[in-house]
Design a protein around this ligand. Sequence first.
Ligand code: ZN
Ligand code: ZN
Length: 135
Amino acid sequence: MPTVKLPFHAENIASSPAEWTQAETGELQDKFIHCVDCKEDFLWTVGEQTFFRDKGLQNEPKRCKSCKQKKNERLNAIIAAQESGVRQRIEVAVRCAQCNEPTTVPFYPSQGRPVFCRGCFLAQRGQTSDGTQIH
Ligand SMILES: [Zn+2]
Ligand SMILES: [Zn+2]
């Protein structure tokens, strides 16, 4: 199978070919934008500009791709934290009373009660897999 050589500018096009084909480039030109996060100039390609325009976005991107990704990850982490905020998962570090391995349990063990790791706990419950809640 012969290797298809892409036109050199194709490497800079981040969006999918489908978005690219029907795009009319107009007077768009690759341009450099100053990233507000890392203060580096990054290239905003014609392909990406077209993608922006197709989406009806008016504002130029303010961040380079990696900073944008980091920002999205931060936002997602915040959203995830907020969503799980209703029932916060707790993790308490304990040692299993059976095998003495360090483990974490999703509850605060009461004094004097033995705490088991998941493996030992399940082994103790034996065959009963009736969906009883772990307390
Ligand atoms: Zn950046
Ligand atoms: Zn154990």
